[in-house]
Design a binder for this molecule. Structure first.
Ligand SMILES: Nc1ncnc2c1ncn2[C@@H]1O[C@H](COP(=O)(O)OP(=O)(O)O)[C@@H](O)[C@H]1O
Ligand SMILES: *[C@@H]1O[C@H](CO)[C@@H](O)[C@H](O)[C@H]1NC(C)=O
Ligand SMILES: CC(=O)N[C@H]1CO[C@H](CO)[C@@H](O)[C@@H]1O
Length: 301
């Protein structure tokens, strides 16, 4: 089947970002320079980037009915992301961000919280439509079931119908997500996650985690301005340098952009070395612009 899709499972939230000259004093009354509303969340951000790379992308997220959900759905539609809501009770997650130009600080206040997409919600997905399933690790037990389901599904299909899986492990305090390490074809681990496990460099993290992977899985570890490291299915360590933009503008969401770039290349048959190099180029380009404008022009070569 032509044009199989990529499915991302994770959080969709609203970020309201007010840019101020200097951080306000408590109990004062000031104006900001600019304010923007953004659909955020890691899986949500990666979906936005995947669509720019001309992938058909579906985002499966929990939402609570109300005006925030309406905004998030409209924004996904505007960006070409097919958002499939799992309706639950509660308040959609949102964040108020005060971004100070003077110091570069970002002060963030979170609100709202919803239950996570469950294995049962995942049952509604017709895997025939997909070539790749990416999970933002948030609910270990439930997501382990999803990955096992894809594995079973693959065993009953010819290889050209197989669905690949990836997972991003990045919240060190969510210990139950550690089990996902051994269940996906590609595992992304963030610098924070690696450091939390006591690894001070990506090479150590790879060495320490490789025994937990499933057979012929890959491990990918982006490390900010140092680029990214990875272990390929044969256990070879590979590296791509970072590609810093002429001027650093906005590094928020660089990790989500990197992941989208890697999935894009791997899901169209590229090698892991090509994938992490492309991911670093795309993320570097992202760091040179506000938001995700113009990413698609990043070249693959
Ligand atoms: N300062 C930077 N200069 C160039 N590239 C960067 C920079 N910061 C991040 N990147 C790119 O983004 C990728 C992801 O960076 P990372 O720090 O892991 O993201 P995040 O901060 O979103 O978790 C890196 O592998 C690198 O390619
Ligand atoms: C999502 O992307 C936006 C735009 O770049 C960014 O401001 C936000 O921090 C990102 N969210 C996450 C969770 O990384
Ligand atoms: C909401 C959320 O999980 N945000 C995370 C997205 O990813 C970056 C790093 O990759 C984390 O620092 C954020 O906490």
């Amino acid at each position: 089947m032509a044009g199989r899709r990529i499915l991302c499972v994770g959080l969709t939230c609203l970020d309201v970002i007010s840019v101020v000259e200097t951080f306000p004093e408590e109990d004062s009354d000031t104006r900001c320079i600019s304010q923007r509303w953004q659909r955020g969340g890691n899986a949500s951000n990666s979906s936005t980037v995947l669509v720019q790379l001309h992938e058909s992308c579906t985002l499966l997220s929990t939402l609570a009915p109300g005006h925030l959900a309406r905004y998030l759905q409209a924004d996904a539609e505007r960006c070409g992301v097919q958002l499939i809501p799992v309706w639950v009770q509660g308040d959609c997650p949102s964040s108020v961000v005060i971004s100070s130009l003077h110091t570069g600080s970002r002060t963030i206040v979170h609100s709202g919280k919803l239950s996570e997409v469950s294995a049962k919600d995942f049952e509604s997905i017709d895997l025939l439509e997909y070539k790749w399933v990416h999970l933002e690790a948030r609910a270990g037990e439930e997501q382990a079931c999803m990955l096992r389901k894809v594995d079973l599904w693959n065993k009953e299909r010819p290889p050209d119908k197989a669905v690949s899986t990836s997972v991003e492990l990045e919240k060190p305090h969510k210990l139950d997500t550690y089990q996902l390490l051994g269940l996906a074809d590609v595992v992304f681990i963030s610098k924070d996650f690696a450091k939390h496990l006591g690894h001070s460099c990506p090479q150590d993290a790879m060495q320490g985690l490789k025994r937990g992977l499933k057979s012929r899985a890959s491990l990918v570890c982006p490390w900010a301005e140092f680029g990214a490291w990875a272990l390929d299915p044969d256990g070879q360590l590979i590296h791509s340098p970072a590609f810093p933009p002429p001027c650093l503008v906005d590094t928020l969401g660089a990790g989500d952009t990197f992941i989208a770039g890697v999935i894009h290349i791997l899901s169209s048959g590229g090698s892991l070395q090509e994938a992490i190099t492309f991911g670093c180029k795309l993320a570097g380009r992202k760091c040179g612009t506000e938001g995700y404008e113009g990413l698609a022009r990043a070249s693959r070569s």
